[in-house]
Write a protein that binds this ligand. Sequence first.
Ligand code: SF4
Length: 348
Amino acid sequence: MPYCRRKCAYCDFYSLGGEMPGAEYTGAVIRNIRAYGESYDTVYFGGGTPSLLSSGQVYDILCAADIAEGAEISAEINPESADIEKLSGFFSAGINRISFGVQSLCDRELNALGRLHDAKTAEAAIKNAHKAGFENISADLMLGIPCQDESSVKSSIERLCASGVNHISAYILKIEEGTPLSLNKELTESCADPDKAADLYELTVNELQGHGLFQYEISNFAQKGRECRHNLKYWQCGEYIGIGPSAHSLYKGKRFSVPRDIHGFIEADRQKEIVTDDTPCSLSERIMLALRLSEGFELSQAGSMADRIIKKAAPLEKYGLLTIKDGRIALTVKGFLVSNEIICRLTD
Ligand code: SF4
């Protein structure tokens, strides 16, 4: 849903700031859902800001899809657009999981990111979600924000957990070239350097665990049973269809993306699919994706390559970067921090 009320200072996602999704846009989404004609056990409204949709628009989109009984239906919601009417409307329309773009519960940090909400608004939004009937509630937490320190991360985590979220996605801020944040020297200089960001990440893993949110993926933490079923598909090489400009898919044995062109998307009968990989899910890719998960990679899937992989992994186990046990290789928290390097070494 590539619309946002205003662009955040660090964002390089494809989204139009200051515009609202109209009937032409939802019409194009519905046309594409019908054209694929699949049935779904998870649905994810991602953004941009899906909470700019009305509940009627969400309902129309969901009605166009064949959705299985008990499906997980998530929507990303920005706190400033999450009053009780909106959340109750989304719940009645069929959404049963909310992911709030909170990022921090420190106003100074939210300001530096150019977010539209403050901490009070975010906490009120989570409260409203409970009142509206949601049981699956996630929040994004950003690490390495300008001026952030250990105590503010701890305080954000404590307040988020006290508010009753049962899933947190914690990401280290990446300064993307060309964004307003990247051009603000004062702010970029006060962002955490890689060592500091690593400390904040380790602190986050420990704090969340202390609050009963266990790490199941590099950036994702949940109470048992509250893991995001939709996102797990990405790391398990499951198929999914992405609809909308800049959406990505793994479908019928191909990876493809849709051009970052909203007008082209609205005007076309069917979205354009640019194939980026027609032989996806190679062994290397499956290892790379599985190692993002705490459960790691099941060695039996590597067949005759398993011994070679174990040989490469053994020295890294000595450094505490991964474990090899019960037929699986899994990265440790320290390993997650240098996951790209480890994955390169195991798969080259
Ligand atoms: S709300 Fe999300 S998608 Fe929209 S500008 Fe901010 S970070 Fe980007």
